[in-house]
Unconditional design. Structure first.
Length: 350
């Protein structure tokens, strides 16, 4: 059901409060012509209600010649901020940036975060923002799982569909998303609720099977047939199946870059208010489909870049692929069984 402008502003006020915005803070609203004007207005009004010093930075739109489609995750690296040092400095001057246009996976975003500026991405439709309005409980749930992921040295995934995947951990940090940016230099995304890390270089091995009903982003498709990925030394070496496997092969081949086949972040969903079915109720251009990335108990793996955590794989192609019904083990500890989060128990995560 539609969310009113008043409700949206109230929700932004709640999220900005969780992000520690008050009268001592400055808030920059980053926008472009394609930003949702209601989101921009609500963020501005909420920051003013909290007596923060608020200002807007508007940039022209940017489209790389090799980009396909309108999804904001379909081409990574270059943004409207690339090479615009004056605008970057204006964002670095803020305590918090509300990003309504998408800087994710850009070196400029990493530079802004290094100054201590916090960034909160908000590009989903208001109704999705409302259903997954973040809470302190979301943070506690994600951080309880982060404690396990940070100490683990391996991740193993199996499924009834045939997945059998293993990766060593520890080379790269664990990253959490719980929906608000409350610490210096923190990036987060409203809505969210998941965590992930990256495999140690050349250790991701095995088979991942995309079953019927699994999701491929940014295609925003539910699989109608199985796709089998063979993985060796951190890279996809084979893509098998019918038409959908052919489509995936040709899409990756289009970029003419061997780095697009690298396994990027791996983790699992922890947001009980996110729904696997939600993608089917939205048009493809409505947002990024964060429901698919965050729904409770998914195994989320990605392909492509790892530069945001100090890796060397800089490539514009990035896929996020959440799988249902998986078993996920950290070392010998089961954390998800058949798509249900089993550890840590809810009593420890709340």
């Amino acid at each position: 059901m539609p969310v009113s402008d008043s409700e949206l502003t109230q929700m932004f006020e709640q999220v900005l409060t969780l992000s520690r915005v008050d009268e001592t803070q400055s808030v920059a609203i980053l926008k472009s012509h394609y930003s949702n004007p209601r989101t921009v207005r609500a963020a501005m009004d909420a920051a003013q209600r909290l007596k923060a010093k608020v200002y807007a930075v508007e940039l022209p739109s940017f489209n790389h010649p090799r980009a396909m489609g309108n999804d904001m995750t379909a081409y990574c690296g270059d943004t409207a901020l690339t090479g615009n040092l004056a605008a970057q400095r204006a964002l670095e001057a803020a305590d918090l940036v509300v990003d309504t246009m998408m800087l994710l996976h850009s070196p400029e975003q990493e530079q802004i975060l290094k100054t201590g500026t916090r960034i909160l991405l908000a590009v989903e439709p208001p109704e999705v923002l409302a259903r997954m309005l973040p809470t302190e409980d979301d943070k506690r749930r994600v951080l309880a799982s982060e404690a396990l992921l940070k100490q683990a040295r391996s991740l193993h995934v199996r499924s009834a569909a045939g997945s059998d995947f293993h990766a060593e951990l520890g080379q790269y940090p664990a990253v959490t998303e719980y929906g608000f940016a409350d610490e210096p230099g923190r990036w987060d995304h409203w809505p969210s609720g998941f965590l992930f890390s990256w495999p140690n270089e050349e250790t991701a091995q095995g088979t991942l099977v995309l079953d019927v009903g699994d999701i491929v982003l940014p295609f925003k498709n539910y699989c109608r047939e199985r796709i089998t990925l063979e993985i060796d030394k951190g890279f996809i070496t084979g893509i098998h199946g019918g038409f959908e496997a052919e489509y995936l092969r040709d899409y990756l081949k289009y970029f003419k870059d061997p780095e697009v086949y690298g396994i990027s972040h791996i983790g699992w969903g922890l947001q009980p208010r996110a729904q696997w079915t939600a993608m089917g109720l939205h048009d493809r251009n409505d947002g990024m489909c964060m429901d698919a990335r965050a729904f409770y108990g998914n195994f989320l793996f990605s392909t492509g870049p790892n530069t945001e955590v100090g890796g060397t794989r800089k490539t514009p192609c990035h896929l996020d692929i959440p799988l249902r019904g998986c078993d996920i083990y950290l070392d010998d500890q089961a954390v998800v069984l058949a798509g249900d989060v089993v550890y840590p128990p809810q009593s420890m995560a709340s």
